[in-house]
Design a protein around this ligand. Sequence first.
Ligand code: ADP
Ligand code: F6P
Length: 319
Amino acid sequence: MKTIGVLTSGGDAPGMNAAIRAVVRAGIYNKIRVMGIEQGYNGLINGNIKEMNLSSVADIIHRGGTFLKTARCEEFKTEEGRKKAVNVLNVFGIEGLVVIGGDGSFTGAKKLSELGIKTIGIPGTIDNDLAYTDYTIGFDTAVNTVLDAISNIRDTSTSHGRANIVEVMGRHCGDIALFAGLAGGAESVIVPEEKFEVDEVCRKLIQGKSRGKLHSIIMLAEGVGNAFELGKEIEEKTGIETKVTVLGHIQRGGNPSAFDRILASKLGAKAVELLMNGESGKVVGIKDNKLIDMDITEALSMKKEFDKETYELTKILSI
Ligand code: ADP
Ligand code: F6P
């Protein structure tokens, strides 16, 4: 393998830069030319491609976002769009492609591999919604960002004796709410994977208040319900003033945590190694603290299991 390409696709995630750096540096170390493709599949179709050198990825390991930029590309979902992409890859002499993104980007990578392009996927999304890997790049940083926010919210909530609903991202996955809820000592964690009762949330708030708690945090994953309506209902039922904070895109930015930088560096190098071994249509990840690779079709067909044990623990520890 003489030339490979790397792109980031879908929602950005802290640590994507560290992953690009690892692909570029591991490639060059192994005497492979590495081409950076800008704006995901969009840039691929339009030939927005430039050769990377060691300096291209200097000073980025600690930066959030993706310096190659990212995009959501409708054209790539069409057969015609993908054929254009294959043509561009051939023109640039790119034999192998590393795609850093989530399940949508992986679906695109799988289709490219079916067209004869050697592709490897690296999981980059804050959502942690891929079943085959314990962690995706960006998740740990996002959880830490949420924790910072919770700690600020606690200060003001305590001063006023209020409750606060903190709505976090995750698309259809409750992992950010769950892990930030456990680490942040939330009174309740509301996720799409588990049914919840408003009355139970209210009971906990009242119980906490009666034993002298000065504030309460309710972690709410996006998409479960309207945070503001929930806040109103809780306030009416408990008499406790309830504020709502929707954290939004603040969770997608910021310097990647040590965990995400290390994971990204290892997975980037592993992706290059697989391409050098002639592998294709695979994804890399981490399972039980070990790096793994798996067939992309198999990985995409796996259903993510919700971490019920951790969920139950949040309930036990917030009595
Ligand atoms: P993520 O990779 O974070 O899940 P998206 O679901 O938005 O993000 O997907 C990112 C991009 O991957 C899409 O804009 C599209 O270009 C490509 N993609 C998604 N689904 C498909 C599909 N079924 N076929 C081909 N490409 C796809
Ligand atoms: O997939 C990452 C994510 O941040 C989700 O958590 C969220 O639902 C979505 O992307 C937001 O997308 P956008 O950046 O297009 O608003």
